[in-house]
Design a protein around this ligand. Structure first.
Ligand SMILES: [Zn+2]
Length: 368
């Protein structure tokens, strides 16, 4: 009891609330930037069981913000690293670890018996999937998202009268219109704030403390040091939680889309290697998938401009066995382009690591 005494002394929690936490199970999607603080605070607060899905390995570029993991676990599965840290925080914690992506195939199984879902994912298909899973399970979804210096958090609980994620975002954004974290960047410490808000809301939902942030989007701007609270209302026409729903299954067009950031490792080439290959006789096709205004500012000599959105309509211009290198600004959109090409039977597709930013950083030539 001494372990929890600082919080059981609070009347809102008490020993009965602590007991509820001990008997609860939380499904945590990802142990990255948001999942790090969320899982650590849930474990430390005495949640009985965490079900964790994360397919990734620990990389050095994670450590600036993913504080669950450390230098000694680089190259190992994040679930292995998570187990070591979380069991050190609370040896009584029961862990159900899945070193795999959260998909429509495993979503209902992983969420079975869970009281709440904490979404620490970084892509839209997974967010739609956690939303739909929580909806069909009738459990709260604690949503969090971060971008550059801004974060947002809310609780989706249509079964309690609030909106769902689809009420806010009815469909997937068009490919290439939203940059990934790797492309846009995210400041350290920011996910600590948003992920901790998520852990707090999960504890509140489980122990029935206070009022969860249902119908309330908390927006944090780190540069301005401001928190704003926006009211969110259910959309009566929502395809999932509205009056005349058309989605009855967690496998649907939004959830089955492969997330660009979590697919199989793509063949990659560095800027320096690409420069060498372009300077030797080869039939390499270099495709710039950025927008025309970006291409006009600075382009790699010999590159062919095909904005990502128009790529599917121009595939007939190339042989399926031609050696193709794709690039964008920082590597995110071109990864998506490579995925499109592979999906259409192209066999020799390579992504320029770090995009034209990496090319410029090496002081390699550009036009104009
Ligand atoms: Zn909805």
């Amino acid at each position: 009891m001494n372990r929890w005494s600082r919080q059981t002394i609070l009347a809102e929690l008490g020993e009965s609330g602590q007991q509820r936490l001990a008997e609860s199970t939380v499904l945590c999607i990802g142990t990255g930037a948001l999942g790090s603080p969320a899982t650590m605070y849930l474990a430390a607060a005495g949640v009985g069981k965490l079900v964790i899905a994360d397919p990734d390995l620990v990389e050095s570029s994670n450590l600036q913000r993913q504080i669950l993991h450390g230098e000694s676990f680089i190259g190992r599965a994040k679930t292995v690293s998570a187990r070591a840290r979380l069991l050190d925080l609370n040896p009584q914690l029961v862990l159900d670890l899945h070193p795999q992506r959260f998909t429509p195939e495993n979503a209902m199984e992983l969420s079975l018996g869970c009281d709440v879902i904490v979404d620490g994912s970084d892509n839209f298909p997974t967010r739609f999937l956690t939303n739909d899973t929580a909806f069909f399970r009738r459990i709260p979804l604690i949503h969090g998202a971060i971008h550059r210096f801004e974060g947002q958090m809310t609780v989706f609980a249509p079964h309690l009268g609030g909106p769902c994620y689809r009420c806010l975002l009815p469909a997937l954004p068009a490919p290439g219109t939203v940059p990934s974290c790797a492309e846009a960047g995210v400041i350290g410490a920011l996910p600590g704030i948003v992920g901790s808000l998520q852990a707090m809301e999960a504890l509140k939902c489980i122990a029935h403390m206070g009022r969860p942030a249902i119908g309330k989007l908390i927006c944090y701007d780190a540069l301005l040091s401001t928190f704003r609270s926006l009211t969110l209302r259910p959309d009566p026409d929502c395809k999932l939680c509205g009056g005349q729903p058309s989605i009855f299954d967690i496998a649907n067009p939004e959830t089955i889309e492969a997330p660009a950031c979590e697919m199989n490792p793509l063949p990659v080439i560095t800027a320096r290697e690409l420069h060498q290959r372009l300077n030797t006789p080869s039939d390499i096709i270099l495709i710039d998938v950025r927008e025309p205004e970006e291409h006009a500012q600075a382009a790699i000599p010999g590159s062919l401009l095909i904005p990502l959105g128009t790529l599917p309509s121009r595939l007939a211009e190339f042989s399926a066995v031609a050696p193709i290198v794709v690039h964008c600004k920082a590597g995110g959109r071109s990864a998506k382009a490579a995925q499109v090409l592979f999906a259409h039977g192209f066999t020799d597709v390579t992504n320029l690591t770090g995009g034209i930013d990496a090319w410029l950083a090496e002081n390699l030539p550009t036009v104009p």
